[in-house]
Design a protein around this ligand. Structure first.
Ligand code: ATP
Ligand code: AH0
Length: 398
């Protein structure tokens, strides 16, 4: 037997595994590196976050990725070059983090890498009947395994697509395994570039659990922060706080079939981008809006669409706790508006549940790899969008 197969088998049988989860999201802010200690599987999964770092991307790398990111027409050579480049870079960043933390790479069992999404195209978006849901993440796992010498799981989303899902959101699995609590209706709200939430009913019934994207989180705010402020984001919503919401533009922004589609559903910056906003401005005759008013309207757009989606799963006579994560939780303009819109919900952070909200998505991929190794038995019912599968492809270091 190939000794690497034996090694994989041995890791799968361990009572506890050390797994590094990696996430580089739609905001292109940096690589989230979460070193987790995980035991059990399925609803008995136990995660301790040992270390966490976000390694910021420099402007040069962001610019390279942006040449192909969420664009329907790109330079194919650039895509081909970035695939191994990002894999090697992620591998090197893992080694750097381990060195900072004074941890030997040989003590890590698995790397679980999301990669960089470069294009996301569910059927509802591409609308070409003969083609399935589609999504593409790059930063090949073979390069991460070769550089780090650590067994690597990667490319988690394709299996979800192969079983009828849209390849996202995958948060449903990790959120159910880590955060489901009998007796409490929970909503795990992640506000990254795109916002999504997981609904965890108090009865703990896996067949009622789902995660759905709600639309933009920070992606439009960041795009206009780059444009108006020459900064990667509007820190603490300071610029947005100077503006007034324009109701006509807000209405035009909310006019899109994505918001009428049933849960679970996904989207990305392929839809919600500067061109989308410019079109809404043209339709609502608000092209001359003051930049601060535009920013305030975009914050309201994110808040309204998140709140309206959450209202669809909440009942007036029940209590819900919302646990926030993702960069948007740091923006008081966004969270303040959400609190106003959802007065019946009690707001907190996933940190209260033991997982740092900035690390949550990276932890998810560690949990998914753990499930592929040691679980895979939890049924989420026979629903499209939450297939019961083991995700991730294996890369051996040699
Ligand atoms: N202090 C702050 N004030 C305002 N916004 C902030 C602040 N801190 C972080 N953010 C926002 O959070 C973003 C990063 O969020 P996060 O890392 O969760 O995104 P992501 O993981 O790339 O996205 P996705 O979940 O869509 O893949 C930043 O680009 C910025 O918009
Ligand atoms: C295709 C893709 O990368 N989607 C991301 C993105 O970022 C947030 C939202 O859009 C979510 O659908 C997903 O990531 C999280 C980790 C998920 O799959 O749950």
């Amino acid at each position: 037997m190939n000794s690497q197969i034996q090694h994989l088998y041995d890791i799968a049988r361990k009572p506890e595994r050390r797994i590094i989860g990696l996430m580089s999201g739609t905001s292109l802010d940096g690589l989230d590196v979460a070193l987790c200690r995980i035991s059990g599987s399925g609803p008995d999964t136990n995660v301790t976050l040992e270390q966490f770092a976000t390694v910021p991307f420099d402007e040069e790398l962001k610019a390279e990725i942006r040449t192909i990111f969420a664009k329907s027409t790109i330079n194919f050579e650039q895509l081909c070059l970035l695939n191994p480049y990002i894999g090697r870079l992620h591998g090197q960043l893992i080694l750097d983090c381990l060195q900072n933390w004074q941890i030997e790479p040989s003590s890590i069992d698995i790397v679980a890498s999301h990669g960089q999404t470069v294009y996301h195209a569910p059927k509802s978006q591409h609308r070409r009947d003969k083609f399935p849901n589609a999504t593409l993440q790059i930063g090949d796992g073979d390069h991460i395994a070769a550089i780090t010498g650590i067994l690597t799981f990667s490319d988690f989303r394709q299996k979800h697509v192969a079983h009828g899902g849209e390849g996202a959101p995958l948060a449903v699995y990790g959120d159910y395994f880590m955060f489901s609590e009998a007796g409490e209706n929970r909503i795990l709200l992640n506000m990254g570039g795109i916002a999504n939430f997981t609904y965890l009913p108090a009865n703990g019934d896996a067949s009622n659990v789902f995660t759905t994207d709600t639309g933009p989180g920070n992606t439009l705010l960041d795009a206009y922060a780059r444009k108006f402020l020459n900064k990667p984001y509007d820190e603490d919503g300071a610029f947005a706080s100077l503006g007034q919401v324009n109701p006509d533009l807000l209405q035009a922004l909310k006019t899109n079939h994505f918001f009428d589609a049933a849960f679970p559903k996904t989207t990305g910056p392929e839809v919600f981008n500067v061109a989308y906003v410019e079109q809404a401005q043209a339709l609502s005759k608000t092209t001359n809006l003051h930049p601060a008013n535009l920013m305030a309207t975009l914050v309201q757009f994110s808040a309204d669409t998140i709140a309206e989606a959450i209202e669809q799963v909440t009942k007036e006579d029940e209590t819900y706790r919302i646990y926030m994560s993702g960069g948007g939780m740091h923006n008081p303009e966004l969270t303040g508006r959400l609190r106003q819109l959802l007065p019946n919900c009690i707001f907190g952070l996933t940190d209260e549940l033991g997982i740092n909200g900035d690390a949550k998505e990276a932890v998810l991929f560690a949990v998914l790899a753990n499930e592929s190794l040691a679980g895979g038995n939890t049924s989420f019912g026979d629903r499209q969008g939450v297939p019961t599968v083991s995700m991730g492809k294996v890369s051996f270091p040699k």
